[in-house]
Design a protein around this ligand. Structure first.
Ligand SMILES: *Cc1c(COP(=O)(O)O)cnc(C)c1O
Length: 364
C-alpha cells in the first residue's frame, strides 16, 4: 500500500518518551478510512497528523461526532490483548446511529484496531496498568449550515501509549444546576457533544475545591447518574450499588465488568435508582462506607469526598477497600495475570479471531 514506506520509517524512528502520563503521548501512526457515496474507502495505516476538516463541516458545526475509548494490554506472553472490544463496537454503532452516521462494519472496526495495535505492539509498555489507549473516532465532513447530517465521514483509530492512570482519591461535587444530558438526548451514547456540555460545570467545581462533577438525572435532579467520563459506584452495607441505566447515562464496559466480577467474588450487587440525598444520609449514618468511579481510563478511581457548591462536605471512611480489590481483579484479567474465565480478552494481532470475536452476536 502507498503509505507502507512512510509508516515503516516513522515506526522505525519512534521512541517512547520517558514519561507517558495517561492519554498525552499520541502514537505516530493512525488508521484512516473515508466514507463516500455509501462506501468505506480504507487508507489503512497512515502517519499520525491533521486531517483536512472544512470549517463548515457538520462535525464542527453540529457536533456530528462519536468516539470510543479502549485499551490494548501487553499480556504475559507479550501479545497485545484487547478487552471486550465487542462491547465497544456495539456501543460505537449505537452512538453512530443516534447521530445519523453510518455504522462502521465489525470487520472494518476489527481491522483498524488490529492494524494500529499490531504496528505499535512493541511500544506497549508492560508495567502494571500500562497500556496502549485506543480512540476510534467517527465524524461528519459535509460543509453546510443547513441543519441536516453529512453524507461523507471519516473514521479514525488513534492511539496513545499510556501509563496506568493512578488517581489520589477524588473529590466530587453534586451538580444541582446543570445537566450533562437530557431525557431523550444523547447521554447514553459516547459522543463529543456530551463532553462539551460538561466542561463549564467541571471548571466550576474545581473553583469550589472539588475535582469532578457528580451528575444527577435531568428530569428530577434527584437521582445520581454518573461523572463526566466515569460511572459511579457505592458500597452500602457491604453491597455494591450503582445507578441503573436510565437512558441518559453511559453504559460503561468497566461498569458492566465490575458488576460481573463482584458477583463472581461473592459481593452482592444492585442496580437501582439512587437518590443523592438518601446516599448522603447513608454516608452520615455509616452505612455507605466507600464510593468510587470507574471507566476504561482510570479503571477504578476512589472517591474520598462528596460535597455541595455551598461548601458542605462528607469524607468517606474507606477509600481503597472494595475499589482496590475490584481494580486488581480486573487488571489481573486484562494483563493476563489470572485466568480469563469470562473470555473477555482477545489477541489484537489475530485479525480473523478478532473479527469473529467482535461479530459474535451472542457474546455477552
Ligand atoms: C466512556 C464513558 C464512561 C466509561 O465507560 P467505559 O466503557 O467503562 O470506558 C462513563 N461515562 C461516560 C460519560 C463516558 O463517556
Amino acid at each position: 500500500m502507498k503509505n507502507d514506506h512512510a509508516v515503516a520509517e516513522i515506526l522505525a524512528a519512534y521512541r517512547l518518551p520517558e514519561r507517558i502520563p495517561f492519554g498525552v503521548e499520541l502514537a505516530p501512526v493512525m488508521f484512516r478510512v473515508s466514507y463516500r457515496g455509501g462506501r468505506w474507502e480504507d487508507d489503512g495505516l497512515v502517519p499520525f497528523g491533521p486531517v483536512p476538516v472544512n470549517p463548515a463541516s457538520t462535525a464542527l458545526q453540529f457536533a456530528q461526532q462519536a468516539f470510543e475509548g479502549m485499551k490494548a494490554y501487553r499480556s504475559a506472553s507479550d501479545r497485545p490483548m484487547l478487552f471486550r472490544p465487542n462491547l465497544n463496537w456495539r456501543r460505537f454503532a449505537r452512538s453512530a446511529k443516534r447521530l445519523r452516521m453510518p455504522v462502521v462494519p465489525a470487520a472494518l472496526f476489527a481491522e483498524a484496531l488490529s492494524s494500529v495495535t499490531s504496528s505499535l505492539a512493541r511500544f506497549i509498555p508492560g508495567g502494571r496498568g500500562q497500556s496502549l489507549y485506543l480512540r476510534p473516532t467517527l465524524f461528519g465532513l459535509d460543509p453546510h449550515f443547513a441543519v441536516k447530517g453529512s453524507d461523507n465521514f471519516v473514521f479514525l483509530v488513534l492511539a496513545s501509549p499510556s501509563d496506568a492512570y493512578y488517581s489520589e482519591p477524588i473529590r466530587v461535587m453534586v451538580e444541582r444546576v446543570n445537566c450533562r444530558a437530557a431525557a431523550g438526548g444523547t447521554g447514553a451514547e459516547k459522543v463529543g457533544g456530551n463532553y462539551g456540555a460538561s466542561l463549564l460545570a467541571n471548571e466550576n467545581c474545581v473553583a469550589h475545591g472539588f475535582d469532578q462533577s457528580l451528575w444527577l438525572d435531568p428530569a428530577s435532579r434527584q437521582n445520581i447518574e454518573e461523572l463526566s467520563a466515569m460511572n459511579f459506584m457505592a458500597v452500602i452495607d457491604g453491597a455494591l450499588h450503582t445507578p441503573a441505566l436510565s437512558g441518559s447515562l453511559l453504559e460503561g464496559v468497566t461498569r458492566a465488568s465490575l458488576l460481573t466480577l463482584a458477583t463472581h467474588l461473592g459481593i452482592e450487587t444492585t442496580e437501582r435508582v439512587m437518590p443523592v440525598d438518601e446516599l448522603l444520609d447513608d454516608i452520615e449514618a455509616g452505612r455507605c462506607t466507600e464510593l468510587f468511579a470507574c471507566g476504561t481510563g482510570a479503571i477504578v478511581a476512589p472517591i474520598g469526598t462528596i460535597g455541595e457548591a455551598d461548601g458542605r462536605k462528607l469524607d468517606l471512611p474507606e477509600v481503597n477497600r472494595m475499589s482496590l480489590q475490584l481494580r486488581e481483579a480486573l487488571l489481573d484479567i486484562q494483563q493476563g495475570k489470572s485466568v480469563d474465565t469470562f473470555g473477555w480478552t482477545v489477541d489484537a494481532t489475530d485479525l480473523e479471531g478478532l473479527t469473529r470475536y467482535i461479530e459474535a452476536p451472542q457474546r455477552p
